[in-house]
Ligand binder design. Sequence first.
Ligand code: GLA
Length: 337
Amino acid sequence: MKLLPCLAPALLCLGFLAGCGKSTAPDSASASAAPAKIKIGFLVKQPEEPWFQYEWKGADKAAAQYGFEVMKLGVPDGEKTMAAIDNLAVAGASGFVICTPDVRLGPQIMRRANEKGLKVVTVDDQFVKDGKFMTEVPYVGMSASRIGTKQGETLAAEFKKRGWSAADTAVCAVTFEELDTARERTDSSIAALKAAGFPADRIFKAPQKTTDIPGSFDAVSVLLTQHSDVKHWLILGMNDSAVLGAVRAVEGRGFTAETAIGVGINGTDCIDELRKPKPTPFFGSMLASAPQEGFASAEMLYLWIKDGTPPPLDTRSEGILITRENFEEILKKEGIN
Ligand code: GLA
């Protein structure tokens, strides 16, 4: 997967050349050849994260069903994003789905896409211009506030079930407030814990510098040093990686499934964790369907290109709780394994 970003331009170039060969061949076979397939790009900010790999899987399913071509590219930064858009245009694509590495790149991405005549559907992270969502660009994502609320309610319920005292317990909220969908999730989760009666002064934030496991591990390690008196931790974060980093950090301080619990979001990046024979503090995750989001966003873009049907501007998916008890069965139904 990591090789994709650097291989992409070369592969796209080859695809382009192959396409040129076909359309300019003067023989009679080319006259009766089937029309070239519609091509779309599917650009994601973190291709190493299983969430995005499952989105790609969903896009591939749509491509197979409708008979279009999907070029899957990793775009970890702005420069690679702009280069990918240029390459897609050269390769003859008609549009792309994107989870941008930085939502503030929205205006620049749209400018470049318009110059190249490419249609755009955003997935997961909504473009922002001057501090406001670019609601004119179609968006497919999760219902961040509802999923965050359920995460907080689950933690509150498990806290009560375990009979831990509020004085001995604290919330570790791994935050990434620069990204709106992340902030909405963690704010809603914290609000749900407060609404369930958890004391506000026992809720501590650990801001991540990067949205991956090491980024969360580092942030939480600092928090644990500051609050070494806490006996039980309730862990929340914007996705599974955030909660997994925190789980690794608390385990490093001797916490176990009996003394700490975390609930993630995504449900795709915690499968190995839930399969571990011995339970860890990672209690469960709010699963939203990555394959379905990948399928839906690619399908919308394809139909827009093919028939001129404009996609809905805002499509949101809900989440369901998966735990060690039910995850194998639910993931199988979702086409994730
Ligand atoms: C963001 C996160 C991903 C995933 C998606 C879901 O992009 O970085 O891990 O949670 O949202 O929409």
